[in-house]
Design a protein around this ligand. Structure first.
Ligand SMILES: [Zn+2]
Length: 280
């Protein structure tokens, strides 16, 4: 999405303030982004959505929105596929009303269809969604997220194919998921470089990405996500080499902290990023 500079914020309302003060609080501690969590249900109350939009605008907080988890664009059950499309669409409507311009969602599971077929079904669904979103004049882009389990649609290649295939689709890049999905692949700068080169080569730019970051513990097998951890936990991946590349490549991203410490770690990331910018 169009964004003026790299911004940082939490996945959901901050921990250290009541909801009513969420946006003024974010501003007061120096944060300027947030991903609204509509992961269980999508808010429909117009008053609430207007309040969020006004608060975010007044406090210079750029928003994205995370759609419900219960989405599977490649379900074997056509009814479930339709319901998934419906959930993404209502998430897009809510996002539009609250002024969030990017809708993050987990595209689904390979299931019995296998990768090729599942990917085709997802692309088909995204094409339909895109035309409805355009038809209704909703100012949002669709953001299939890189997912954390090998059984899920959502490898980096999957979401890039979706973005290459359908207008108005820009992936949400979750580095923790990329890391654990393939057994702990981000060990340092070189690995981040490889990922950024791939994205830039295929999308033509790194600007405007919505990025999720947290340290993460893998499952026992080493493949897939067990749980999120705070920055500096030792689980990795490490934020600093990524921040170094963000500075060198002068990207403009919305960076969302998915650490259990939410905004406290968003602020840490921002501080690392700003230090590296000053040192340059
Ligand atoms: Zn997610």
């Amino acid at each position: 999405m169009d964004i003026d500079r790299t911004r940082f914020g939490p996945a959901g309302y901050p921990l250290d303030a009541p909801k009513e003060e969420a946006f003024t609080y974010l501003r007061s501690i120096g944060l300027d982004g947030m991903e609204y969590q509509a992961v269980r249900s999508v808010p429909k109350n117009k008053e609430l959505l207007r309040w969020i939009r006004e608060q975010a605008e007044e406090n210079d907080v750029v928003l994205s929105l995370h759609a419900p988890y219960a989405i599977n664009l490649a379900s074997e059950d056509p009814k479930k596929r339709e319901a998934s499309i419906g959930r993404i669409l209502s998430a897009a409507v809510a996002a539009h009303r609250m002024g969030a311009r990017h809708v993050t969602f987990h595209p689904g599971y390979y299931g019995k269809f296998g990768r090729e077929e599942a990917l085709k079904m997802a692309i088909n669904a995204l094409e339909r969604l895109h035309s409805v979103i355009e038809g209704r004049g909703l100012q949002v882009e669709l953001g299939p997220e890189t997912t954390g389990k090998p059984s899920q649609l959502g490898s980096l290649d999957d979401v890039l194919i979706m973005a290459e295939s359908v207008d108005g689709v820009v992936p949400t890049v979750d580095f923790a998921h990329i890391h654990v999905r393939d057994g702990g692949v981000i060990r340092g700068r070189k690995d981040y470089e490889r990922i950024l080169d791939e994205i830039e080569g295929r999308l033509g730019t790194l600007d405007g990405l919505v990025v999720h970051f947290t340290e993460v513990e893998p499952t026992k097998s080493g493949y897939g996500e067990r749980m999120h951890h705070e920055l500096g936990s030792g689980y990795g991946p490490e934020f600093e080499p990524l921040a170094q590349l963000m500075v060198e490549r002068d990207v403009r991203w919305l960076v969302i902290s998915e650490s259990p410490l939410l905004e406290r770690d968003a602020l840490k990331m921002k501080q690392v990023y700003e230090r590296l910018r000053r040192e340059r």
